[in-house]
Design a protein around this ligand. Sequence first.
Ligand code: ADP
Length: 369
Amino acid sequence: MKDAAPVVFVVLNVDDFEPGRYARTRLLQTAGYHVHEAATGADALKAVAAVRPSVVILDVNLPDMSGLEVCRRIKQDEQLGSTLVLQTSASAIAPIDLALGLQIGADAYLTEPVDPQVLLGTIAALLRISAAERQLQQTNEELRRSNEDLARFAYIASHDLQEPLRTITTYSQLLARRYRGQYGEEADQFVRFIVEGTSRMSELIRDLLLYSQVGAKREFQPVDLQDVLARTVTSLNAAIEDSRAEITNEPLPVLTADRDQMDHLFQNLISNAIKYRSSEAPRIHISSSAQGRDTWQLSVRDNGIGFPLRYADQIFEAFRRLDRTTTTGTGVGLAIAKRVVENHGGRIWADSVPGEGSTFHFTLVSQRL
Ligand code: ADP
C-alpha cells in the first residue's frame, strides 16, 4: 500500500527586511513548508486572503502598519480568524507589547533573534494544537447532532406509541366494563391486568415524551421562583392536604429562565418530598443563597424516608426507581429535574440519611436573553 501524501502546510512569511525574510523562507522550505512572502502589512493581508496560509509569521515592525494591527484584522475576520499567527519582534520589545500581541489574538510571540530550531518547533506545536482543536470541534459537532437525533427519535417514538396504546386502553376498559362477571373470576383478573398495564405504559410514555421535550426547547424570560413555588403548591394542593405537609421557604430569587421548566423542576422535587414521606407529616424547606452575580444555589430538604447514599447519582437516571413496591411513579422525575438544571447552566445533587430525610441541592445560572 502506498503511504498517503504528506500534508504540506502553507506559511506566509511577513518581514520588510529582505535578507532576514529570505533566510527564514529558506529555513521553512528546507523543513518542508510551502512559503509565501510579504513585505508590508497591506500585502500580508492580501496574501492571507489569497493563499489561506496555515501559519503567518509576522514581524511587528512593518513600514505601513504595525504587525499587531495586521494580526488584529486577521483574527477579526470571520473567514480568516482561525489562521495561526506567530508574531516576532526586535529584542527591545517591552513585555506590555508582548502581552498586547497575545491579547489581540497572536497564537505565539517570539523575540528576535529567533533560533531556527525554536521557530520550527513553535510552528510545529501551533499546528499540532490547532489540529487537536479542530478535531475537538468536529467531535463536539457530531455529538450535538447525535444528541439532537436521539431527542427527536425519543419524541417521535413516544408520540407515535401513544396512538395504538389509546386504542388498547379504550377497548380493554370496554371489555372490563361490559363483560365483567360473564367469563369467570380469572378472566376478570386478566382483563384487570391488561387495564393496569396499559395505564402504566401510558404514564411511562407520557413521561418519556416530557423528558425528550425538556431537552428540545428553551424559552428564556424573567421568572420569579417565588411564583413558581406558589404555582407548585397550588397544583399539589390535594397531596399537601392529604399528607398534612408543611412547606416553608427562604425568599427565592427572580432569574432569567424557562418558566415551564422551572415549574417542572419544583413540581418534581416537592412532589417527591411528599411522596417519599415517613410516618410523620412531611416538613419541606426550600432554601436559597446567591453565589456570585448570576448564580443561585437552592435546596429542597425533607424529613422523609431518605435513601442510601450509594444511590445518590443513580436516582437522576431516567426510569431509575429505588422503591417499586410502595409508591407509584415512572422514575423520570429526577432525570427531568437534572435536564432542566443543566439547561440552566447548573448542576443537581442529593444528600440523604435513610430514615431521617433527603436534601436535593441545585444551582441555577440566570440566562442571557
Ligand atoms: P419516581 O418518583 O417516579 O420514582 P424520580 O426520578 O422522581 O422518579 O425519583 C427516582 C427515585 O429517587 C425514586 O424512585 C426514589 O427512590 C428516589 N427519591 C426521589 N426523591 C426522593 C426523596 N425526596 N426522598 C427519598 N427518595 C427519593
